[in-house]
Ligand binder design. Structure first.
Ligand SMILES: Cc1cc2nc3c(=O)[nH]c(=O)nc-3n(C[C@H](O)[C@H](O)[C@H](O)COP(=O)(O)OP(=O)(O)OC[C@H]3O[C@@H](n4cnc5c(N)ncnc54)[C@H](O)[C@@H]3O)c2cc1C
Length: 384
């Protein structure tokens, strides 16, 4: 991977500058490179890092990652879904085969692919702000200096950048994530499954990833986390008290991180609406363009698709406004449907109904999985 370029100070870069090296930014860098265009990607983390994410890769994500030439051999295979509410467990086969891979491994592999394809990848540089100067976009970064560019792809995910903040303020839900080594019996029981457990006002996903580790990713009301004084052990006690199934799964499990990863201010259902004051050369990718409910496990697919679609739009000479409209049209229905299901799964009053319907008619879970896929978008976002 390319080292930092100190000479960037007050430089102007010819190709697009991508800020953020998650799936969206990496996909854009790969697509630009494969289209014969140089791009500079700036990522704040210096090394591979874990991220708050359930690590579930939907079939569309898998197809795009493989099309980029990234090997998923190490990932776990997931073919079935269990919905868990208190003592009730409903099981169904997924309508597709999904994979489980930690974001530490996935994001690093995508960035390496981008660099191998010819993108300049700069690690360990945090961009502070974006402004406009004489028709160009000015990127403010303490370690790189001020960099001007005609086109900037903002792919900072959940993190806002001064000058380009999203208009949505978030839903009051917070994410927490922990890796575990499960005891042998529970490990076998979880194999090939993703489990979605409902709690009052929130939910949690549990599945296996590479190297036989399990990932527990929770999405809970901020008040519930505050009631546990922010302590993971106390929060886990509250969750396992409410869900005997989860208690059994985690019996004897060994946590693999010193403390859980955390994220807050998640604007579920957000779709960027291009306004007249948006700079012409500013393209939003991934979570900066749209945020789909986590329970769909399709956020990475949307991020990858938006990254390659933005690159293809830019190569075709289309404006950012045109790209944002096309993106919104491609994912509006999926994001809306996902938001409805997300709300039904969150509300304590509707949770028993959701669990009862899924027990009596497991096909409902397959239908939900199908209608929350962003097929149109992933089709138009493919990179040859
Ligand atoms: C609780 C939870 C569970 C989820 N589970 C799943 C799941 O199982 N499957 C799934 O497909 N999706 C899931 N998602 C959604 C998924 O994580 C996101 O949709 C996806 O990560 C978006 O990718 P991105 O590239 O837009 O952003 P990110 O993955 O967030 O990447 C952004 C990158 O930008 C970098 N960055 C940020 N700020 C700066 C800066 N100022 N300067 C330079 N670099 C910067 C960051 O370091 C990061 O590498 C989940 C989300 C949550 C909150």
């Amino acid at each position: 991977m390319a080292p930092a370029l100190p000479s960037l100070r007050r430089a102007a870069l010819p190709g697009p500058v991508i800020i953020g090296g998650g799936p969206a930014g990496a996909a854009a860098a790969i697509a630009l490179a494969r289209g014969g265009h140089g791009a500079t990607l700036i990522e704040r983390s210096a090394d591979a890092a874990d991220k708050v994410c359930g690590d579930f890769l939907s079939n569309e994500a898998v197809a795009m990652i493989e099309a980029f030439g990234v090997d998923l051999a190490a990932a776990s295979t997931i073919t079935a879904l269990r919905l868990v509410h208190r003592n009730r467990v409903a099981t169904t086969r997924l309508p597709f085969t999904a994979r489980g891979l930690s974001r530490r491994v996935l994001d690093e592999a995508l960035l390496r692919r981008a660099a191998a394809d010819g993108a300049t990848v700069l690690r360990g540089h945090r961009v502070a702000a974006i402004g406009q100067v004489r028709g160009a976009l000015r990127i403010d970064c303490a370690s790189l200096g001020r960099v001007d560019a005609d086109t900037v792809f903002v792919a900072t995910g959940k993190h806002e950048l001064r000058g380009t903040q999203r208009t949505d303020r978030g839903t009051g839900l917070v994410g927490r994530k922990m890796y575990y080594r499960l005891c042998a019996l529970q490990h076998e029981a979880l194999r090939h499954h993703v489990e979605l457990a409902l709690f009052p006002g929130g939910y949690a996903g549990l599945q296996l990833v590479e190297a036989d580790r399990a990932v527990l990713c929770t999405l809970l009301p901020a008040a519930m986390v505050r009631a546990a004084a922010g302590r993971w052990d106390s929060l886990l006690d509250a969750l396992t008290d409410a869900c005997p199934h989860l208690r059994a799964r985690l019996a004897g499990a060994v946590p693999l991180l010193d403390r859980p990863l955390a994220v807050a201010g998640l604007p579920y259902g957000y779709i960027h609406d291009q306004g007249p004051r948006d700079p012409a050369g500013l393209f939003r990718l991934g979570d900066q363009a749209a945020v789909i409910a986590s329970l769909t496990g399709d956020g990475v697919a949307l991020a990858l698709a938006s990254g390659s679609l933005a690159a293809r739009s830019w190569i075709a000479g289309e404006s950012a406004a045109h790209y944002h409209r096309r993106l919104a049209a491609g994912l509006l229905r999926q994001v809306r449907r996902a938001s409805v299901i997300h709300r039904l799964c969150l509300m304590p009053r509707s949770q028993p109904l959701v669990a009862a319907v899924c027990s009596l008619w497991p096909g409902a879970m397959r239908t939900a999985a199908v209608v929350t896929r962003a097929r149109r978008l992933t089709q138009i976002g493919y990179v040859a």
